[in-house]
Design a protein around this ligand. Structure first.
Ligand code: CS2
Ligand code: MN
Length: 395
């Protein structure tokens, strides 16, 4: 399970008792771009392992994320210093034995939803993305100059009508959801500062962002390889350009291009079924079959596509568009293959990713999508399915 560190409402004991042997965490307190020192890394390891002499063992298995500074994404000269810092953080993590490192390359925003608390039929709350909400935010709350050219006319008309019908409370919620800030951070974006960040990307289109990503991996990849770190990029969420900003890791073709840009296992993928799976044109099993040996980390969750274009919510793990039977079987086959291919990581770390906020989760303050019992429910179902498929495969 993901753990946001000592200030997370979920405790390490909760995670242990959910049946986990590893945590996914990051040093969220260190500003993006600065080096993660050996001392800070060791401090986090000591916290994670603190009760290992009394109870079953917990270890820090995956870093999520070692964030990439915006200057690297923009490809401006100051990126060189940030790339050097990134390499140093990789060396330090490796020296402490933490060797799976997730990152992403989404400009400005990380994952985005227009609703952080969409009520499900059973009363629990899910994350949801509604394209007209999003367009309404862009045009009428943010008022981004030139935004109109990014949308079809009929969608703009719909968004306008929709915005006019929204209550003030809905508008505040929409703004809050869109500006919630980066995962693990307590600082939301402020509207004008947000627009400034967007402006700083004016010269960056799909082609430039792609080049900057490939440059980044070509620079840090050899260091990761040398020190034995498996880098794994998280796909864009949602997997499409947003708010005038390009996104370049959303499809199977994006995977293929990035894997080729630095063709070494150190350059790998976080296989997030929720992010890839929201696009009907992404064939999840095909991605596993072709690039399984480059998958170093797995996120299992699913969305349900409600309507086109781009209306989806995060469904119960077993009731969305992702066919987990097929996906888990393909992943287990990849793990079996590793016996032959000599890949040193035999069991790929997995986390259940986002979950619903259930009533029992309401008593605690959790980060959106990262409640405890909601995720535990997903994890328990996934684990049951994994065990059953394993039995079936070995018959
Ligand atoms: C989540 C994110 O959107 C998702 O699928 O897993 O919290 C993700 O972890 C970050 O965007 C990048 O690592
Ligand atoms: Mn994910």
């Amino acid at each position: 399970m993901r753990w946001y560190g000592p200030k997370d409402g979920v405790s390490l004991m909760d995670i242990r008792q959910a049946g986990c042997s590893g945590v996914v965490t990051a040093l969220h307190q260190i500003p993006v771009g600065e080096v993660w020192s050996v001392e800070d890394i060791k401090e986090r390891i000591a916290i994670v392992e603190k009760d290992n002499d009394k109870f079953s063992k917990l270890t820090w298995d995956v870093v999520e994320s070692l964030p990439v500074h915006e200057d690297i994404k923009k490809g401006i000269p100051s990126r060189e210093g940030y790339i050097e810092n990134y390499k140093q953080s990789l060396r330090n993590l490796a020296a402490c034995g933490v060797t799976t490192v997730c990152y992403n390359f989404m400009p400005v925003l990380d994952w985005s939803r227009t609703q952080l608390a969409h009520q499900m039929p059973d009363g629990s709350y899910a994350l949801r993305f509604v394209y007209v909400d999003f367009i309404a935010f862009d045009l009428f709350i943010l008022k981004r100059p030139g935004a109109e050219k990014d949308y079809d006319e009929d969608l703009i008309t719909k968004a306008k009508a929709h915005f006019e019908q929204m209550t003030e409370e809905d508008k505040v919620k929409l703004k809050g959801a869109m500006l919630q800030g980066l995962p693990g951070s307590d600082d939301a974006f402020e509207l004008s500062a947000f627009q400034k960040l967007l402006d700083s990307y004016n010269h960056i289109g799909d082609k430039e962002l792609r080049e900057n990503l490939y440059y980044f991996i070509q620079q840090v990849g050899p260091v990761a390889k040398e020190v034995g770190v498996n880098m794994c990029i998280h796909p864009d969420d949602p997997p499409r350009p947003l708010i005038g900003l390009p996104r370049v890791f959303s499809t199977e073709s994006d995977v293929e291009q990035l894997m080729a840009a630095y063709d070494d296992p150190a350059n790998g993928v976080t296989f997030c079924t929720g992010s890839f799976g929201v696009r009907a044109d992404n064939d999840l099993v095909s991605i596993i079959t072709k690039f399984g040996h480059r998958i170093h980390f797995i996120h299992l969750r699913t969305t349900l596509r409600e309507s086109e274009p781009w209306v989806f919510h995060e469904a119960p793990h077993m009731a969305g568009d992702v066919d987990f039977y097929d996906v888990i079987e393909a992943l287990l086959k990849e793990e079996q293959n590793r016996e032959k291919t000599g890949n040193k990581v035999k069991s790929i770390p997995m986390r259940p990713d986002h979950g619903h906020h259930l009533w029992c989760d309401m008593q605690n303050k959790y980060y959106p999508g990262y409640s405890f019992v909601g995720r535990l429910k997903g994890l328990a179902e996934l684990r049951g399915m994994e065990i059953a498929i394993k039995r079936q495969m070995n018959k």
